[in-house]
Design a protein around this ligand. Sequence first.
Ligand SMILES: Nc1ncnc2c1ncn2[C@@H]1O[C@H](COP(=O)(O)OP(=O)(O)OP(=O)(O)O)[C@@H](O)[C@H]1O
Ligand SMILES: [Mg+2]
Length: 256
Amino acid sequence: MGRIIAIANQKGGVGKTTTSINLSACLAEFGKKVLTIDVDPQGNTTSGLGVDKKSVENTVYQLIIGNKNIDDCMTKTEYDNLFVLASDENLAGAEIELLDIEKKEYVLKKEIDKVREDFDYIIIDCPPSLNLLTINALTTADTVLVPIQCEFYALEGLAQLMHTIGLVKKRLNSKLEIEGVVFTMYDARTNLSLQVVEDVKKNLKQNIYKTIIPRNVRLAEAPSHGMPINIYDTKSTGAESYRGLAREVINQGRES
Ligand SMILES: Nc1ncnc2c1ncn2[C@@H]1O[C@H](COP(=O)(O)OP(=O)(O)OP(=O)(O)O)[C@@H](O)[C@H]1O
Ligand SMILES: [Mg+2]
């Protein structure tokens, strides 16, 4: 049965989408069948995986609001083993629409449960807030992977995220666990990055991945070409680091 991992941190710009795209693509490269769900109205995961948002007929919005069948909403990417449930700008208003729906925290889970047997991994990219869409993602997920940017305010908001995860676990999804924390945009040239890593390690009891994602310009360039990093520049440090993360995820956070 597929493992469902939500990539979440309500702090903006910490590397959620970059991690969703490239972790998904590296898992797929290792032969795992992957569905990536883009729950962020920005839709950057969708386009970063080479899927033209305008050409997609049925999105995650139609799935949760429009009563479309899940099988009609998944789009095959041009990469082997990799499927996407595309985002839609209508998702920005979905929160309000969801308010009228019974069991509004479970609408995504209800649909994803129908296909989880078909995939090895389901990766959900969350928006940068703790809104109802994120709650739906956390209710659907088995685990949460939290990207932390190596910058001065890295820990800001983390306590609130952990609190929300705790609440979801208590009220909506008793199986929810923290998959782990991954450092992103690490800059080996600055002491600050190193300091942040050491600080977080001291203050967090959660599993911290050994793989640290470096700041790598190829990672920033790849989405504008609609390619994950392992395709765009397969030998880059960005590609190697996301392969390392994928290996660790496959080994369930244990050393690979
Ligand atoms: N390791 C990296 N090296 C260089 N640039 C990166 C790296 N990771 C992310 N970026 C860039 O930083 C910006 C923010 O990353 P990303 O979109 O993945 O964050 P996010 O957490 O999904 O943001 P949001 O909160 O808006 O959804 C993007 O422009 C991305 O290309
Ligand atoms: Mg994002």
